[in-house]
Design a binder for this molecule. Structure first.
Ligand code: SF4
Length: 333
């Protein structure tokens, strides 16, 4: 067996059943990385508390998201898959790291300003400390690499600064500066043809939807807004249906649509039907696996329990080193 290259950490909020945007933006990459790296994937349920209005669906969303991860090919034999709150050491590290993080730095972050704009009535303390908790996630597991899109590089730079501050303050080198593993993450636009695919905007296509539901969603997709009638030529470059064809259809089909759309040789209805057929075909193995996994009511619980045990081994070790570096009473035996 070839030696794995280093540890990768990534976390995602429990958002329930996953959609195409989650799949293309994260899950596919998670699956690809697990062959070469020691991968740690976390359902960050504590992060979710900063903005959710109710936790009624938190457990169910964790269950459904994990099921989708497993069905899509994240393999518990190759990756540690666990829930953030099952390894509470992350909260201890969060508190400790918050002591080496200037408040001004946190409130000046564009992501904080954005969150304040989105949740003006719920600017809680946790929201300000969000990047510190995110750093704690990464640093607790001594991740060498964190998969990020180019827009997330500043978040990682923040975690690297936290490492430098901690190591400098306590004259140690136990925390590891994580590196960005920059990945080309496609921006997946929702069926409205305008905004990023998102469950909250109800413009998404769920991976676990039935073929009929998937076709229905695709048939309602917004296409080239200038193409009003069947005999108007269209412009695939501005059409989200075409963007998805480029991912799920064969090269020949993509070429054909690109050519025919421009001279009104193909109508949008047929074009969408083709996409629905190809996407449904692509999702056959995922759906079969999900169906098989769903028959075992304990599978998700077992995978997450085992993942938490394995994650805890790493977390406990890091926290012993952290406590020792700080010099807490009894930490230096
Ligand atoms: Fe979009 Fe296809 Fe219609 Fe062209 S034919 S505008 S690519 S849906």
């Amino acid at each position: 067996m070839t030696e794995k290259k280093g540890r990768v950490f990534s976390g995602a909020r429990p958002t329930g059943r996953q959609h195409l945007g989650n799949y293309l933006g994260a899950i596919k990459n998670y699956v690809a990385l697990q062959g070469d790296y020691r991968t740690v994937y976390c359902v960050v349920d504590i992060h979710a508390l900063t903005t959710v209005e109710t936790t009624r669906e938190l457990a169910l969303n964790t269950q459904e998201m994990t099921l989708d991860w497993l069905a899509a090919g994240i393999d518990p034999e190759k990756s540690i898959i666990f829930v953030q709150s099952h390894v509470p050491e992350v909260m201890e590290l969060h508190t400790i790291l918050s002591m080496v993080t200037p408040l001004g730095k946190l409130t000046a972050l564009p992501t904080f300003k954005e969150k304040v704009r989105d949740n003006p009535d719920n600017v809680n303390y946790g929201l300000v400390g969000y990047p510190v908790l995110m750093s704690a996630d990464i640093l607790l597991y001594k991740a060498d690499l964190v998969p990020v899109g180019t827009d997330q590089i500043p978040h990682l730079e923040f975690a690297r600064e936290v490492v430098r501050s901690f190591n400098h303050r306590y004259e140690t080198n136990i925390l590891v500066e994580p590196q960005a593993k920059v990945t080309q993450i496609p921006k997946v636009v929702g069926i409205d043809g305008e905004r990023k695919m998102s469950k909250s905007l109800d413009n998404h296509i769920e991976l676990a939807a039935t073929p009929e539901e998937t076709e229905k969603r695709i048939m309602s997709m917004v296409t080239d807004p200038q193409r009003m009638r069947r005999d108007d030529p269209g412009n695939p470059d501005v059409c989200n249906v075409f963007s998805l064809h480029k991912i799920f259809s064969s090269e020949e089909e993509v070429e054909e649509i690109n050519r025919e759309c421009r001279k009104a040789g193909i109508g949008c209805v047929d074009c969408k039907r083709k996409l629905a057929a190809n996407l449904n075909q692509h999702l056959v193995p995922f759906r079969a696996k999900r169906e098989e996994l769903s028959r075992d009511p304990n599978i998700v619980r077992d995978v997450l329990e085992d993942g938490a045990k394995r994650a805890k081994v790493i977390a406990s070790e890091t926290m012993s080193e952290v406590r020792e570096a700080i010099g807490f009473y009894g930490a230096r035996e």
